[in-house]
Design a protein. Structure first.
Length: 152
């Protein structure tokens, strides 16, 4: 009986050791710093350009982009309803609508934050915003389409 306990103990220890060894990852230490991801530099013609995102069940999105000195200086993001009319952002504040009880995403804030991030990074390629994924994804497409028109 004691022999079988010893054998069982040895087997369990071997399994434990093997599981630790198999989980070990090897990494090479490097003196090189990782290269930051960069967006390729694109030259833009000065002017005001508009772009649209795809239509979907809730309407569509569009953008107006202003280029000065070859840089993005202003972006206006818009959400349009199914009739093509710009929505009332006072309804879209992330709070419960007292008349309908529905909570609309805070597009009033999201559109400003996203536009500012795009200007800061000088690209349409920024993160989408949870809670308004389709709208923010379509704003990125709208800005990309506007920037395509502005390329030299």
């Amino acid at each position: 009986m004691k022999t079988s306990k010893k054998i069982l103990s040895i087997i369990l220890i071997l399994i434990f050791v093997l599981s630790l060894v198999s989980c070990k990852t090897t990494t090479k230490s490097s003196t090189q710093k990782p290269k930051p991801q960069t967006t390729p530099k694109t030259s833009y013609k000065d002017g005001t350009y508009t772009g649209a995102g795809p239509k979907w069940s809730k309407g569509s999105e569009n953008a107006t982009v202003v280029i000065k000195g070859g840089k993005i200086t202003s972006i206006t993001l818009r959400r349009l309803d199914n009739s093509g009319k710009e929505i009332n952002y006072d309804k879209w504040t992330g709070k419960k609508d007292p008349q309908t009880g529905k909570v609309y995403p805070n597009l009033k804030k999201f559109r400003v934050d996203m536009a500012n991030e795009m200007i800061k990074k000088q690209t349409y390629n920024v993160d989408t915003i949870a809670g308004a994924t389709e709208t923010t994804k379509n704003w990125k497409i709208a800005v990309k389409n506007a920037l395509e028109k502005a390329k030299k």
